[in-house]
Structures are given as C-alpha cells and as structure tokens.
Design a protein around this ligand. Sequence first.
Ligand SMILES: N[C@@H](CCC(=O)N[C@@H](CS)C(=O)NCC(=O)O)C(=O)O
Length: 300
Amino acid sequence: MSQAQFPEESDGQGGSFERQEDAFRSTEVHPEPGRYHLYICKACPWAHRTWIVLREMGLEPVIGVSFADPIRDEKGWAFREGKGHGKDDAEGFSYLAEAYKASDPNFSGRVTVPVLWDKKEKRIVNNSEDDICRLLAKDFRDLASSPVDLFPEDLDKEQAALSQTIYEKINNGVYRAGFATQQDAYEEAFESLFQALGTVEEILSEGGPYLFRDRLVETDWRLFCTLVRFDAVYHGHFKCNRRKISEYPYLQMHLEQLYHRPGIAETVDFTQIKNHYYRTHNEINPTGIVPLGPELIWAQ
Ligand SMILES: N[C@@H](CCC(=O)N[C@@H](CS)C(=O)NCC(=O)O)C(=O)O
C-alpha cells in the first residue's frame, strides 16, 4: 500500500522527483454564486494558496469549500468528519477520486487537491492551483466583496518571472529535495532552494514589505504557503536544513506579516500540516512519528 504522495513513476531520471502534469486545465467558467466549489486539504500548500485567494477576494459566499482529511489512505483524499475537516456538502463525495472519475471515467493519474468543481455540469473545471488562483482573482472579481488586485497588469511580466522561480526552486524545490531518491538529485534541489531563498531575502531587504514593495500580490501568497510550512516540516522531513526561515530576517518578517493579516492565521493548521506530511509520506517517514517541535513563537 502506498500512501505516499508520489509513487515510483514520479521518480524521474537520476533519482529526481518529477511532478505529474495537471489533467484538468479548462479556464472557461460562468461566474455565478453557488455554482462552483473548491475541494482542498488544509495541509497542502498548493491548495492552501487557492483558499487564501478565495478569502482575500471575499469570495467565500460565492464559492463553497470542502476540506479533506489530511491523512490519506490507499483510497486517497477522503471527506470524513474530524477536527478541521469534514463531509462534502456540495456533492456528497466520500472520496475526491469520485470527482475525478465523474469528470473523466478513464482518469488514471493521481488524485490531487486543489480542485475547482462545477456543480451544474458535474465536472472538474481545473485542478491546477495556478489556474484556479487566476480564475478566482480575475474571472470572479465582479462577485468579490473585496476585489483586491492580486495580478496587477503593470507587474505582469515581472510577477510571472518571479512566480516561476519561486515555483520551481522554492514551492516545488522543497519537494524535489524531500522526494529525491539519490544523493546528487537531493543536493541539486537543496542548493537551488537555498540559492533562491537567498535571492528572495535580498529582494525583500532592498524594499519590502512585500515582494513588489507595498503591493501584495499572488506571488507573495505563493511564497507564504511554503514559508509557513518550512520550519515545521520541510526543514526536518524534507531535509531542507541549511537554515530555518527564522534565520532569514526578511523572509521571517514577510512570513509574519502575511500570517498576521486578518483571517490568515485561521487558514494555517499546523496540526494538520504536520500530521499530513509525517503520517502520509511513509516512504520517507516509515514510523509515522510526528515530531512535537519546533516551537513557533510567532504563530502563538
Ligand atoms: N496541482 C499541483 C499539484 C498539487 C499536489 O501535488 N497536491 C498534493 C497535495 S500537497 C496531492 O493532492 N497529492 C496527492 C497524491 O499525489 O496522491 C501542481 O500543479 O503541481
């Protein structure tokens, strides 16, 4: 039984981890209240970002959210009662796999969160967090009660370039380090991760508080979703242990500033995050023991 996120087929050349392509990438939506639904797990950094965008835009009355159990068994993401997760009130799915099968009966890939679901057509619209964030921020903007501009047009190119670097080297970089199965692949991911963290530290030190000075954009949230998990999980579990985020003054300041924005701390569930990583990735933590530390004073 493999509960771990990535089976053998994601073990690419030379022991490096390769992420599967997202299967559902439609960007055709018909924004109306109550028609679309978001399936996430609070532990997942990719899903976390879509939920934050939803909340920052004030779209919660428009798009419902179901929260999967952070502990996956061989049947994958499940909707069952528990602390901070629960049943799926939108479609009554017990497993997210049902949404994938309903959308494509031949789907044979891995069932991942986040998912944007169309309740009217009974199908997945999109399962790429990048697309979902853009759809929420742009296409649903007219329905938003706080229509912040997370993708300002005048920053378009610069933002896309920085997002790409953060995605490759930081968001996915921690996974590439953690899921590497050969020393060289791990070291390559580790070096590129810490080089990128150094670059972002420098950007912030030259003019924060955000990545584009006083403009809080989606790229900041993308960074946040990895930074907030870093000291608690990636530093130990994924062996990303050259430095902790708390040892980078500007990254730590960025992290705390975003964490303490109204409504954000309640999207961060450290118990779920730690349980998910340490108890679901059984290849890299076979005992399933969840560490008690570290103490994160800034999050108390
Ligand atoms: N859609 C994402 C991936 C999302 C993802 O990897 N989600 C993880 C949780 S953090 C997942 O659902 N994994 C389930 C699995 O691999 O079985 C991407 O563009 O890379």
